[in-house]
Write a protein that binds this ligand. Structure first.
Ligand code: SF4
Length: 427
């Protein structure tokens, strides 16, 4: 259960959404401004403080996109955003917005609005929630919408629908599944087109020096993350579901922004400081896909972490080749084409296995988020693949943002049983 204050706030926002969407938006902005401010006052050097700092930065982008929607570009999580950052625009993305709404305990009114508007109950709840926030009038009209075709088929419905709803331009980066330099050129050309479109629509110029500065920061962020990952298997860190989600966002939407670099620097420092202590005797879990950080019962198991530790997620490091500031368009294209989310599911699983082994994981959790055909589709294949390689695997059904879809007790029982199984293997 959320805290009584959050529960009450969520109820008020839900009521206001129906009668006065502007007031609901103002309340959400006040709540996320508070998260932003709280992040700025975090002075400690541990992973939790680092998480609050970057979390505050992400909350700040939601506030900015609501306050100045004419500068906001709606994107999906895999869209490289360096062009957007370099032009002083701000990304808004369904996976982030929906997770924040879920943590404010007011998701119900939005998912129900979508379902009442012909969106299937079985559709990915991140996208369903985002469409509800838009179509109730709470999310203002952005400058434009830009998404990739990578992995997620929910994009193919929600973004065209929202472009039509808002009557804004929509650009789709088509990513061929073949991993080759021809594909890189084809995708890079689309980034040139997108840049021209952003310039036309925003009336701002893409300054090559600003883009280079953002790319240099992306490179430092990835370099620092690679160094932290190289230590991950040797240390225990005080990670949470939110810290893992923040790592994902830092290597994707926020890549190129100072908050992402600071997060990775903090992570590296915490890993170096943990080195002398080494690993604690906790079960080490590697996670596939998104995480339900709104869910108290899962927080009690994974965040309070008396018996287990999250040691990584596949999405955070699915495409972390070093960016080349001299070739920004090709860098963004290469990130999409050669990332493990592109092409056959085997790519994704092979890289995830390597990451899990490097992180010294004892087991893997494949999280099947409600309505995500990608994870539901690969779940049994993943279980077979990881177990063949010696990593026990739990396929866990749940929802990253809609509390209505969750069998809480069953999830707790299955997680605890899995942790006990892994403890027995270690003993
Ligand atoms: S959870 Fe799956 S369907 Fe939903 S946004 Fe992510 S990849 Fe797409």
């Amino acid at each position: 259960m959320p805290s009584p204050f959050i529960k009450r706030l969520g109820q008020v926002i839900q009521r206001q959404t129906v009668t006065s969407p502007d007031r609901a938006r103002a309340l959400l902005m006040a709540a996320y401004s508070w998260v932003n401010l709280a992040g700025k006052f975090q002075m400690r050097g541990d992973v939790r403080a680092a998480t609050e700092r970057v979390n505050g930065g992400i909350a700040g982008t939601i506030v900015d996109s609501f306050r100045r929607p004419q500068n906001a570009v709606m994107v999906n999580i895999f869209m490289p955003c360096e062009l957007i950052h370099a032009m002083g625009l701000v990304p808004m993305f369904p996976e982030g917005l929906s997770a924040y709404i879920a943590n404010t305990a007011c998701e119900e009114v939005f998912v129900e609005a979508s379902e009442a508007n012909d969106i299937a109950e079985t559709f990915c709840s991140y996208h369903k929630l985002m469409m509800g926030v838009a179509e109730t009038g709470v999310m203002p009209r952005p400058l434009m919408i830009a998404n990739t075709t990578l992995i997620c088929d929910a994009n193919q419905l929600s973004f065209p629908r929202l472009a039509n709803y808002y009557d804004v331009p929509h650009y789709v980066i088509d990513v061929p599944s073949e991993q080759s330099e021809d594909s890189v050129r084809y995708v890079a050309d689309q980034f040139y087109e997108l840049a021209a479109m952003l310039e036309d629509l925003s009336g701002r110029r893409l300054d090559p020096e600003s883009l280079r500065e953002v790319m240099v920061r992306s490179r430092k962020t990835i370099e620092t993350y690679q160094r932290a990952l190289a230590l991950r298997g040797k240390v225990s860190l005080d990670t949470t579901m939110t810290s893992e989600l923040c790592a994902m966002i830092s290597t994707h939407i926020m890549l190129g922004r100072p908050e992402a670099l600071r997060f990775m620097e903090d992570l590296l420092k915490a890993s170096e400081a943990a080195l002398p202590r080494g690993k604690e005797d906790k079960v080490r879990l590697f996670w596939i896909h998104t995480l339900p950080n709104w869910q108290d019962s899962m927080r009690a198991i994974l965040d309070a972490a008396p018996q287990c530790e999250l040691v990584g997620t596949d999405i955070a490091s699915e495409s972390i080749a070093l960016p080349d500031p001299d070739h920004p368009f090709e860098t963004m294209a290469r990130r999409l084409v050669y990332g493990s989310m592109n092409g056959p599911a085997k790519h994704r699983l092979e890289l995830a296995l390597e990451q899990a082994k490097d992180a010294n994981a004892d087991g893997v959790v494949v999280f099947c988020h409600w309505g995500c055909k990608q994870t539901l589709g690969i779940s049994q294949m993943a279980k077979h693949f990881f177990e063949q390689a010696g990593l026990p695997t739990l396929v866990l059904d749940g929802d990253g943002c809609d509390s209505r879809n969750v069998a809480d007790g069953q999830m707790v029982t299955r997680m605890n049983a899995f942790i006990e199984q892994l403890k027995a293997v270690r003993a």
